[in-house]
Write a protein that binds this ligand. Structure first.
Ligand code: FES
Ligand SMILES: [Fe+2]
Length: 431
């Protein structure tokens, strides 16, 4: 994928003729039937990020992840050989959910030497092998080697743990991520381990919230109190520096400086006092670079937002990053996970800078989230026959166009394959 500045003639969108420039439909975000297909076509085929290697730091460290779109819970665990593996969170005896603490519908993490089922006490090793059966002699021809935990494909890229529910994934994780994302191979995410996590249950389709972070066209209107007045004037341009698409993945880079949008008169007093805010600490001791960070050659570079299909976003700033995941829970609800990640604070001042950045950022995300119920409700007017079904997108909204197109393409491909069995003749899509 080459790099190019926006040409004086033409547009970002026209660089990708397959996207078209016409209005788009949001039927993919308001239909229970489409959601059922999306679960199979997207969430049970794509690689999904469920955590970082730091979340399972030692032999025996585990976490569980409940993924409603796949109607499954998985256990991710670091084995004695340091390898990180994934298993369905189900006991092979009579199907109890294997790992949970007080409430079965809550995700948990911890460290153990083996997993013990609460029901009849079967035990499993860290590699999933069945190691103990209560009164084994009472069973009939029970072969322990055939009753280990059921594996889920699991792989790690640059410290991010991904799983794939497809029994035969179409692509290795690296193939799936492709050159635009793996250009970040050398970016030192492992240095940024001080994390502030948020979770929200939002009343919209998952893609509708992802869209709010794929364009900055909404910033002067929705986040008006925190942009310079020059940007708030009618028809002022607020443009991103570089858009790029690679297979199902997207990125947008924005120019910026430490204080980017925020002249002092528009800041909260706490931002001025702590010298930190929406775009992070103003003075960040380390800024890490990677060839993949600024493929558009933006100067001064501010942020690059990597949108890894289907539901992961990593926004990299100077010296820290932000991560979002959108987990659908129904066709018009989703669970939103977010965290900010900094290098571990070495002084009280740094700790405060990190906390202020996290809190201000959360407020901005809430402003975006505040739109969701209204958007979802109006998109659903008319049920099967939406009252409005054609929505124009500007050039600055190219990534919104791309996400919806990729999801629809994957669903279409899935439908076509289902019509044209056998399964062995499947062709890859999108990558
Ligand atoms: S269901 Fe797990 S031991 Fe019986
Ligand atoms: Fe926003």
């Amino acid at each position: 994928m080459g790099k190019w500045p926006k040409p004086p003639e033409g547009s970002w969108t026209e660089h990708y003729p397959e996207l078209g420039t016409g209005p788009i439909s949001f039927r993919d975000s308001i239909s229970p039937e489409f959601y059922e297909l999306e679960r199979e076509a997207v969430f049970k085929r794509a690689w999904l990020n469920v955590g970082r290697v730091e979340d399972v730091p030692r032999v025996g460290s585990y976490l569980t992840k409940d993924i409603a779109a796949a109607r499954a819970s998985v256990i991710v665990v670091r084995g004695k050989d340091e390898q990180i593996r994934g298993f369905y969170n189900i006991c092979r005896h009579r199907g109890n959910k294997l790992v949970w603490n007080d409430f079965p519908n809550e995700e948990v993490s911890g460290t153990c030497r083996q997993f013990t089922c609460k029901y009849h006490g079967w035990r499993y090793g860290l590699s999933g092998e069945l190691t103990f059966v209560q009164q084994a002699g009472e069973f009939f021809d029970l072969d322990p080697s055939r009753h280990g935990l059921k594996p889920v494909n699991c792989d790690v890229w640059n410290g991010f743990i991904f799983i794939n529910f497809d029994p035969e994934p179409r692509w290795s994780l690296r193939e799936f991520l492709g050159p635009m994302i793996t250009a970040l191979d050398d970016y030192p995410f492992e240095l940024m381990t001080e994390r502030y996590e948020f979770e929200a249950h939002n009343n919209s389709n998952w893609k509708i919230f992802a869209d709010a972070f794929q364009e900055y066209y909404h910033v002067p209107a929705l986040h008006s109190q925190q942009v310079p007045s020059a940007v708030r004037r009618p028809n002022a341009t607020f443009e991103c520096g570089h858009f790029q698409i690679d297979g199902p993945h997207r990125l947008v880079s924005t120019a910026g400086t430490r204080r980017w949008l925020l002249p002092p008169e528009h800041m909260y007093p706490v931002e001025r006092a702590t010298r930190s805010g929406l775009v992070g600490p103003w003075r960040t001791p380390e800024t890490h670079f990677s060839a993949g960070l600024n493929p558009g050659g933006i100067e001064p570079w501010g942020i690059t937002n990597f949108q890894i299909f289907p539901n992961l976003e990593i926004l990299i700033y100077h010296g820290w990053y932000l991560l979002y995941r959108y987990w659908p829970t129904s066709y018009n609800t989703h669970k939103f996970e977010a965290y900010t990640a900094f290098h571990p604070a070495r002084t009280v001042r740094e700790r405060i800078e990190h906390e202020v950045a996290s809190v201000v950022l959360k407020e901005f995300a809430l402003q975006d989230a505040g739109m969701l119920g209204g958007t979802q409700e109006a998109l659903e007017y008319g049920l099967d026959e939406p009252i409005v079904d054609e929505f124009p997108l500007s050039d600055q909204e190219i990534l919104v166009r791309h996400l919806h197109k990729v999801v629809v393409d994957w669903v279409e491909q899935y439908r076509a394959e289902r019509r044209a069995e056998p399964r062995s003749e499947r062709k890859p899509v999108g990558v």
